[in-house]
Design a protein around this ligand. Structure first.
Ligand code: DGL
Length: 268
């Protein structure tokens, strides 16, 4: 009989940025198998309407369900911000995202009660991080800032040069003025820019990476639902993409921090 525990963890993102979440999952749960779907043919999601993002997310989830999985991780902050409650309500399988774990970690990290969130335009416009943070602690003061160009910088691999520094200063100066002690990196791509972001924000500001917090949450769900893979072979990753763009492997491996293995193109 099929043992649910031996199934994989499905992860999807609008592209390859979600591999930062996979990296955190592989570090925390090395025995688990991961099935990753990146919708590179339709990235970015962060500039699109909530209805469009929801439609894409439903399709991505259906694809993962056809790959023998036990849980779905929405690695994309934009989908987590605009569509997660709907996906959860529609799906029997556990579905989790990156938003709530990031908000919880930020609320535990801040001492001053002043927190900033950065993300794509769609994520910031949705107000979902603010809502989640205020539901945890209504006394928090929150500053939200969309930083859409950070996605292109990360994809291009411009992580630590003058252009990255200039863009970071432009976006983050108002955040510095507001005076926070905690900054939520509310986008899959931003952990790659931690160096310059931290430089602009200053040493006293803690950066919350929702990838790590999400991996902790996934471990909790697997425990609670008795879904942890039984001891045995080490886990692996299968990568599916809706397009395999130029420079994909180089960028993907930078996000994942290791070799990607075989990549299968689906659709189109
Ligand atoms: N994955 C998206 C996010 O985390 C960033 C890229 C996009 O805009 O699709 O919000």
């Amino acid at each position: 009989m099929d043992d649910n525990r031996q199934r994989g963890i499905g992860v999807f993102d609008s592209g390859i940025g979600g591999l930062t979440v996979v990296r955190a999952l592989m570090e925390r749960l090395p025995e688990e198998n991961i099935v990753y779907f990146g919708d590179s043919a339709r990235v970015p999601y962060g500039t699109k309407s909530p209805e469009t993002v929801l439609g894409f997310a439903r399709e991505n989830l259906e694809f993962l369900k056809s790959r023998n999985i036990k849980l779905v991780v929405v690695a994309c902050n934009t989908v987590s911000a605009v569509a997660l409650p709907i996906l959860k309500a529609e799906e029997k399988m556990p579905v989790t995202g990156v938003l709530l774990p990031g908000a919880l970690a930020a609320s535990k990290t801040t001492k001053s009660g002043k927190v900033a969130v950065i993300g794509t335009t769609a994520t910031i416009h949705s107000g979902a991080y603010e809502k989640a943070l205020l539901a945890i602690n209504p006394d928090l003061e929150i500053f939200s800032q969309a930083c859409p160009l950070f996605v292109s910088l990360a994809e291009e691999g411009w992580l630590d040069n003058e252009v990255a520094r200039l863009v970071a200063r432009e976006y983050l100066e108002p955040v510095v003025k507001f005076g926070v002690d905690t900054l939520v990196l509310g986008c899959t791509h931003y952990p790659l820019l931690k160096g310059v972001i931290s430089e602009v924000m200053g040493e006293g500001v803690k950066l919350v990476d929702s990838a790590n917090e999400c991996a902790i949450e996934v471990e909790k769900i697997l425990e609670e639902k008795n879904l942890r893979k039984l001891a045995g072979d080490a886990g692996g990753i299968k990568v599916f993409m809706s397009d395999v763009p130029y420079k994909f492997r180089e960028i993907g491996e930078r996000f994942l921090g290791r070799s990607l293995g075989e990549v299968t193109k689906i659709r189109g």
